[in-house]
Design a protein around this ligand. Structure first.
Ligand code: UDP
Length: 460
């Protein structure tokens, strides 16, 4: 029997499921058994696309109905829709998780601890009710955690009210501009994702209530040395870097969309470092006009490109030209693409998974953040790690960034000028450091092992 029985709870979104599954894989490789509850709709999708996931030893994917068995994440949403969905997911999810903990106890196979990703403030409460230890799996950078921590501990005016001036937060070795702050903290600016704000607020309140809270962060020491220490110094909260959590095989894939089949052959036909990979992640949908500007920038630049386009393609402008010069797919195995020798740069929205995956693969980025933590991630990519260039987000009256700006950034990052070369050199350096951190027996593994040992000791 496995020594550790871990209950791992995640919000039902691709950007949460991916690191959760990679984390499960790490835990299992260290001898743990992992139970991962998931909504029925997502369970069916994952199994449909990767049936072998059910045969992985020591992984129990277990499904519950969130009341949206035909799917929620497929519809256009308002803040009210999100709120309704999340409150339903939360009440059904917490009930299901409570029952899992109870049954495990009755079967004399109690959980060692409960681990949870973002937007689940009920998870540590449920665990406390059973005297079960919990820890958060933070799937954004440590820097974002610090910004939120400060925001909810006396700095909200400082962070929220700045217009053009810089924002300084104690312990962080760089200053921030309003454009670098996670968008959900600007509560006055409407966005469908502003629904997350009260959940973060509640989550940080839970951390205040918890004794010696632990945050397992999907980052590594060399990447954010100061940010990992900021909060330790102001209370007894402990941040432990356990990243980078990056897919290394497809057995633990939690894809919710079918991977297209023919792009690898296309990539194989391209020279080294010649292709721009374009993706805005699993959720954000670009406006038609923004798609048009990106399309024109790509075509005018002359670079080959592989573009993940989940949007409707029927009305796509310049469709024929785009298909002649590049490849458009609905979904791909991103890590496979990023590690392909033909890749020259990643034109990305800077979701944290995409940012880390690019960094681990040594691929420089053109950063075009849209919302959430993507803005902070883009700041880190451009100014701190210097592995990319951020698109100047001065927009026209419709909120669109024009083709010239996008093309200019692509040319700098793909080019052999001083700036482009420096980014490529830095990207190689970070790739090495990331591999060092994540290698077998490396710091990520050691940190996680010592966390698990502490959990066992606390339960003894
Ligand atoms: N992804 C993928 N194939 C694609 C596009 C994205 O596998 O065609 C994966 C990507 O590797 C990453 C996740 O989807 O792990 C997106 O997460 P991220 O945090 O970057 O952005 P989000 O979708 O949460 O905005």
């Amino acid at each position: 029997m496995s020594r550790h029985r871990i209950l791992l709870v995640t919000y039902p979104a691709q950007g949460h499921i991916n690191p959760a599954l990679q984390f499960a894989k790490r835990l299992i490789s260290m001898g743990a058994h992992v139970t991962l509850p998931i909504t029925l709709h997502l369970y069916r999708r994952i199994i449909h696309l990767n049936s072998s996931i059910t045969t992985i030893p020591n992984l129990s994917l277990t499904a519950f109905s969130d009341g949206y068995d035909d799917g929620f994440l497929a519809i256009d949403h308002t803040v009210a829709d999100f709120n309704l969905y999340t409150s339903q997911f939360n009440s059904r999810g917490s009930g299901f998780v409570t029952n899992l903990i109870l049954s495990a106890k009755q079967e004399s196979q109690p959980f060692t601890c409960l681990l949870y990703t973002l937007l689940l403030p009920w998870a540590p409460r449920v665990a406390r009710g059973f005297n079960l230890r919990s820890a958060q799996l933070w799937i954004e950078p440590a820097t974002v955690f610090d910004i939120l921590y400060y925001y909810f501990h006396g700095y909200s005016d400082h962070i929220n009210n700045q217009k053009e001036t810089t924002i300084e937060l104690p312990g962080l070795p760089f200053t921030l501009l309003p454009r670098d702050i996670p968008s959900y903290l600007f509560t006055s600016i409407p966005s469908p994702l502003s629904f997350v704000f009260p959940y973060f607020q509640e989550e940080f309140h839970e951390l205040d209530v918890e004794t010696n809270p632990i945050i397992l962060v999907n980052t590594f020491e060399a990447l954010e040395p100061e940010a990992l220490k900021v909060v330790d110094t102001i209370n007894n909260l402990k941040m432990i870097p356990i990243g980078p959590l990056i897919p290394s095989d497809t057995s633990f894939s939690g894809d919710l969309l079918q991977v297209s089949s023919d792009y690898v052959e296309w990539l194989n036909s391209k020279p080294n470092s010649s292709v721009v990979y374009v993706s805005f992640g699993s959720y954000f949908v670009l406006s038609e006009r923004q798609v048009e500007e990106i399309a024109r920038a790509l075509l005018d630049s002359g670079f080959s490109f592989l573009w993940v386009m989940r949007e409707k393609e029927e009305d796509l402008k310049f469709k024929e030209e785009l298909e002649e010069k590049g490849k458009i797919v609905k979904w791909c195995s991103q890590i496979e693409v990023l590690s392909h020798s033909s890749l020259g740069c990643f034109f990305t929205h800077c979701g944290w998974n995409s940012t880390l995956e690019s960094l681990v693969s040594g691929v420089p980025m053109v950063a075009f953040p849209q919302w959430t933590d993507q803005k902070t991630n883009a700041k880190l990519v451009e100014d701190v790690w210097k592995i990319g260039m951020r698109v100047d987000d001065k927009m026209d009256e419709d909120g669109i960034v024009g083709r010239e700006e996008i093309r200019k950034c692509l040319e700098v990052v793909m080019g052999s000028g001083e700036k482009g070369e420096e980014m490529k050199k830095n990207a190689k350096k970070w790739k090495e450091l990331a591999r060092e951190a994540g290698k077998e027996g490396g710091p990520a593994e050691k940190n996680l092992r010592s966390f698990l040992d502490d959990m066992l000791e606390e339960n003894a």
